[in-house]
Design a protein around this ligand. Structure first.
Ligand SMILES: NC(=O)c1ccc[n+]([C@@H]2O[C@H](COP(=O)([O-])OP(=O)(O)OC[C@H]3O[C@@H](n4cnc5c(N)ncnc54)[C@H](OP(=O)(O)O)[C@@H]3O)[C@@H](O)[C@H]2O)c1
Length: 335
């Protein structure tokens, strides 16, 4: 983007240039374009994290055209703190850019005690989004997800709640996450009948975890829905950081239940082989893992996490090298 105005300020120029640094893909057949790389706030934005660092990561994201930020009611820890911190940073940095941002939140996992703070009831979803909006200081989110399927609540009730939320003007679009292929098709049918703008499925997808390929990607293609891939780096395993063991500043070393040291050590030989391949392609392993996803037609955006701006700057370069030879794809498939 060029601005032919001699009086343009450095700030305006920087602002215009950020959109040249990113590519945007259509989300299914909707009107929405999403950056090929989006930023998730599951880790590194909570009450125990350094707020200044979180702010730096968000600013780096925006300066590189990453305009989609993904949150959930329970991101932290403690629950709610990522939304609260995001709200503070938003107030300071992004208020004037609100219409340039695509902000998502979710509900579906454990959030508050008692029978109404979990799963997929109308009661839970509607009050949870109200709480999320208050924490973030927003009037609406661009996208609201049901975070996981609820086997004990009728799907109609959950989908009706999403419909209600859109009709209230509290979310512009809706999505679902972690739904299997069959339930996704059913949800899509209900939301179509209700004329709800259901645009996207958020699913775990990486070189190490390809469950979506067993039916879900077919459903999403058929239903013209977007797919945003979460944990694309398998929580950091698909990067160069674990090549020689487990560094102390890594997610695995923090002993979170989500990424165990044993899981990393078990995968290490495969990680080393993939790192060799990425090197031959002239990429970091993180970049190759993201490029591999971006090369797939069904993937709208790759939803990365980052514990530093440097990591995000590394990951963002993935968009420039998404061509793979058949031989490279074969190695990855059989890794
Ligand atoms: N819908 C759901 O159920 C669900 C579930 C999980 C996540 N999500 C969403 O997906 C987002 C991403 O998930 P994730 O954090 O697991 O994703 P990820 O991208 O697979 O892992 C991110 C971690 O990898 C490491 N890393 C990132 N970039 C790197 C680089 N270039 N070089 C070296 N290391 C790098 C960092 O870990 P270190 O801390 O070790 O540096 C970072 O925190 C979440 O924030 C959330 O928004 C959704």
């Amino acid at each position: 983007m060029k601005i032919n105005d001699k009086a343009i300020t450095a700030e305006q120029q920087k602002h215009a240039e950020r959109y040249d640094k990113m590519s945007y893909s259509r989300c299914g057949k909707s009107g929405v374009l999403l950056p090929q790389i989006s930023l998730g706030l599951w880790h590194n934005f909570g009450g125990n994290d350094d707020l200044k660092k979180s702010e730096d990561i968000l600013k780096t994201a925006f300066d590189n055209g990453i305009v989609h930020f993904d949150l959930a009611n329970n991101y932290g820890p403690p629950y709610g703190s990522a939304e609260r911190n995001f709200g503070e940073i938003f107030k300071k940095q992004f208020v004037k850019h609100r219409d340039e941002l695509f902000i998502a939140s979710k509900a579906g996992y454990d959030m508050w005690p008692g029978p109404y703070g979990n799963w997929g009831s109308r009661k839970y979803l509607i009050s949870s989004l109200d709480q999320s909006l208050e924490r973030m200081g927003l009037d609406y989110v661009d996208l609201f997800y049901h975070h996981r399927p609820d086997p004990n609540t009728p799907l109609e009730e959950t989908m009706m709640a999403l419909s209600h939320i859109v009709n209230q003007g509290k979310a512009l679009y809706v999505g679902i996450s972690n739904y299997d292929a069959e339930t996704t098709a059913q949800a899509s049918q209900i939301l179509r009948e209700l004329k709800v703008p259901f645009i996207i499925h958020q699913a775990r997808y990486s070189i190490f975890d390809r469950w979506v390929e067993n039916g879900l990607t077919d459903v999403l293609t058929k239903e013209n829905k977007g797919l945003i891939a979460f944990s694309p780096l398998a929580q950091g395993m698909l990067t160069d950081k674990y090549l020689k063991g487990i560094p102390t500043d890594s997610r695995a070393a923090r002993d979170l239940t989500y990424l165990q040291k044993e899981t990393v050590l078990k995968a290490q030989q495969r990680i080393v082989r993939l790192a060799d391949l990425s090197k031959a392609r002239g990429q970091s392993l993180a970049q190759m893992a993201i490029s591999w996803l971006l090369a797939k037609e069904v993937v709208t955006s790759v939803l990365v996490g980052a514990s530093s701006s440097e990591q995000l700057l590394d990951s963002v370069q993935a968009i420039h090298n998404c061509d793979f030879t058949a031989e490279e794809l074969d190695i990855i498939k059989n890794i």
